[in-house]
Design a protein around this ligand. Structure first.
Ligand code: DC
Length: 209
């Protein structure tokens, strides 16, 4: 059986939490596609002491392995910025396409979360969700997450980073963040993540029949 759930939306909207909950409930494999861009960003920067060279980024994307996704430095603010920059390179996106498509159609079902899953990677996904929330709510969630590992984190800096990243992700030429026409919108500004997970579960259950 193949069954794909595509979850898109801006940073810190709750895509990962919803994706993991659906994977656990229905036994689907889960891929956080942001990790692909984060790993390419970090590896590219490490190669040239902080500089992002597009040719290196493409080569690194072509050779990326599942092992690279397990690095423990992919969640930092530096990695977020690098990811957003390499994600604007068409050659990098093209190099990561096949891996994501194969993952999406693996037997047993798959959930992928990212920015272009329902629009470009899997336009034929059985369930498409677009998860969003106001900038302030998303910044506060990311801030609270980061505080655990970095007590010096500041909310205004997180909000600023989020705005720059959102603008780049939504404004780029290739596969910009956008809601697929047939995606169900889940706005988690007022809704709790638990309620959003319940809604997502109900949609998948209805589709599975
Ligand atoms: O979801 P995230 O914050 O981990 O994503 C990191 C960056 O990668 C984000 O700024 C946009 C980019 N990205 C993308 O362009 N397409 C995807 N499918 C997933 C992430």
């Amino acid at each position: 059986m193949t069954f794909t759930v595509a979850i898109d939306g801006p940073a810190a909207a709750g895509k990962g939490t919803i994706g993991r909950a659906l994977a656990a409930e229905f036994g689907f494999a889960h891929l956080d596609t942001g990790l692909l861009y984060r790993a390419v960003g970090v590896l590219t920067m490490n190669r040239a002491r902080g500089v992002i060279d597009p040719v290196s980024a493409e080569m690194i994307a072509t050779r990326l392995t599942e092992e690279d996704l397990k690095r423990d430095d992919l969640r930092t603010a530096v990695a977020s910025r690098a990811a957003s920059r390499v994600a604007a390179l068409s050659a990098v996106r093209a190099a990561l396409l096949d891996f994501q498509r194969r993952f999406a159609r693996r037997p047993g079902g798959a959930v992928l979360d990212g920015r272009d899953i329902g629009t470009v990677i899997c336009p034929e996904a059985e369930v498409k969700l677009f998860v969003t929330a106001s900038e302030e709510v998303r910044a506060r969630r990311r801030y609270e997450e980061l505080l655990h590992s970095r007590p010096e984190t500041r909310l205004d800096a997180v909000l600023n980073d989020l705005r720059i990243r959102d603008a780049r992700d939504a404004g780029r030429q290739d596969a910009p963040l956008s809601q697929a026409e047939d995606a169900v919108l889940l706005d988690t500004t007022e809704m709790s993540i638990d309620d959003a997970v319940d809604k997502a579960r109900a949609l998948v259950r209805a589709k599975l029949g």
